[in-house]
Design a protein around this ligand. Structure first.
Ligand code: EPZ
Length: 416
């Protein structure tokens, strides 16, 4: 299994272009199923999760071509509605294909995505919404079987502003008969990006980014061209790496407004952050102060995906930072690995208390999940000596050429 070998202590300096957003491009790739015409998607990051999505599209009958960060999908050949179990198992977020497949073919079969390293990942909100849209949903034997001649618009109130459920509703309702109104919808930037993509296809979605989203069903959708928004969690991760190395890093092709809670926390810790609409520059102090309590919340609150990278920053602050993980019930698996690097972190349920130390010490650690793995890299960039991060397949799911990006900024990291 590949691993990263990191020698900590180098200051990160220089400028880096942030990749396109994984959590935006995945539902957008699913949305290409809603037309039999050609869609061209730019700023698509080269990630294993994108590879799996392309495999799903090809399995369903699409022609998919990739050239650098551009993906072209031609969907006239879509001829089936089943997603193979081995692909579902590889990527939990394949569930977002469900709505698009139903919208295109009127049927869908896939294995339940199951839990993941973040704990229980139910899909009850997805299933309830599909049933309200008139989809016949059968969940037996670990499989989801759906059929529906044509979804019909309705009123849906989500019990939790689920990102995936909001996306599945948008994907199913775009070709439905009538109007769908979603209340307590997710407000993440990725929701806005998906709505913009579908509207470019001829869809009629309004209110994306707010708690109430309206989708007017249309008879058909056409091809389009789109550039994916920057990845706000990758931005947060790079800023965290700069913070723990007394760094001075400029991030381009990113949206500071999408990471404002992270900027607030880093400024509390003594970093200075300046910037414009599509870039920012972070300068870190020699010694960080602790942050105020970090409570993860749905957007526009502090994003759960940035909790682990920021915890690596708090691990070397001059004081104590408290984290409260409100979104997932088991998202502290990286804590034990950070403690192997000399961090002093204790957890109790959804609360983690991080007592900062002056500097971490290199060791062999294992990535537990995508963002936990990225946090270990951030920590290794600070640590004395050598840190070996194993199981980096998790990291490759969401970070494009991560070691090359960090090396460009002066970090001592190699993939072996
Ligand atoms: C998306 O996952 C992201 N993944 C996650 O990023 C992110 O952490 C999450 O949103 C929250 O922002 C993608 O976009 C591919 P949710 P998703 O539905 O859609 C509960 C990463 O690291 N819930 O908003 O699965 C659920 O258990 C990944 O890039 C239900 O109870 O998240 C969780 O506690 C990790 N029933 C909470 O809602 C449901 O039917 C948030 O889940 C659905 C969700």
């Amino acid at each position: 299994m590949s691993e990263f070998i990191i020698r900590g202590g180098n200051r990160l300096t220089g400028s880096i272009k942030v990749q396109g957003a994984k959590n935006s491009v995945l539902p957008i790739l699913a949305a290409t199923l809603l037309t039999n015409e050609t869609c061209v998607i730019h700023n698509c990051p080269r990630l294993s999760d994108v590879d799996i999505s392309v495999q799903i599209l090809r399995h369903l009958g699409c022609q998919v071509a990739r050239e650098g960060n551009t993906v072209t999908v031609e969907g006239s050949g879509v001829c089936r509605g089943d997603v193979p179990e081995q692909l579902m198992r590889k990527m939990r977020s394949s569930i977002v294909f469900l709505g698009a497949i139903i919208g295109r073919t009127g049927m869908a079969r896939m294995s339940a995505p199951g839990g993941c390293e973040l704990g229980n990942r139910p899909i009850d909100l997805h299933m309830a919404a599909l049933r309200r849209l008139g989809v016949n949903v059968d969940e037996t034997g670990g499989f989801i079987n759906c059929c529906c001649s044509r979804p019909r618009g309705c009123e849906i109130t989500l019990g939790f502003p689920s990102v995936g459920a909001t996306e599945n509703i948008m994907l199913t309702a775009s070709l439905a008969s009538g109007r769908t109104v979603v209340r307590n919808a997710a407000r993440e930037p990725e929701i806005c990006d998906l709505a913009e993509f579908i509207n470019k296809m001829g869809g009629r979605i309004s209110g994306a980014g707010e708690s109430t989203v309206a989708i007017e069903g249309v008879p058909c959708l056409h091809g389009c061209e789109h550039t994916v928004i920057p990845d706000r969690i990758v931005s947060a991760t790079i800023m965290s790496a700069a913070a723990v190395t007394n760094g001075d890093v400029e991030l381009t092709n990113m949206r500071p407004e999408h990471v404002s809670p992270i900027i607030t926390a880093l400024e509390e810790m003594g970093c200075s952050v300046t910037g414009g609409d599509t870039w920012c520059r972070i300068k870190a102090p020699e010694r960080l102060a602790p942050a105020c309590t970090v409570r993860t919340m749905p957007y526009p609150g502090f994003p759960t995906d940035a909790q682990a990278p920021l915890m690596a920053v708090a691990a070397v602050a001059n004081g104590t930072t408290v984290f409260i993980e409100s979104i997932f019930d088991s998202r502290y698996k990286h804590v034990a690995e950070l403690n192997r690097l000399g961090a002093k972190i204790s957890t109790d349920g959804r609360t983690a208390v991080v007592c900062g130390v002056s500097r971490l010490t290199g060791a062999a650690v294992e990535s537990t999940d995508l963002r936990g793995g990225a946090a270990l890299v951030v920590a290794g960039l600070n640590a004395y000596g050598e840190t070996r991060v194993g199981n980096i397949c998790h990291i490759d799911r969401g970070y494009e050429f991560f070691e090359k990006q960090i090396s460009l900024l002066g970090g001592d990291i190699v993939r072996v």
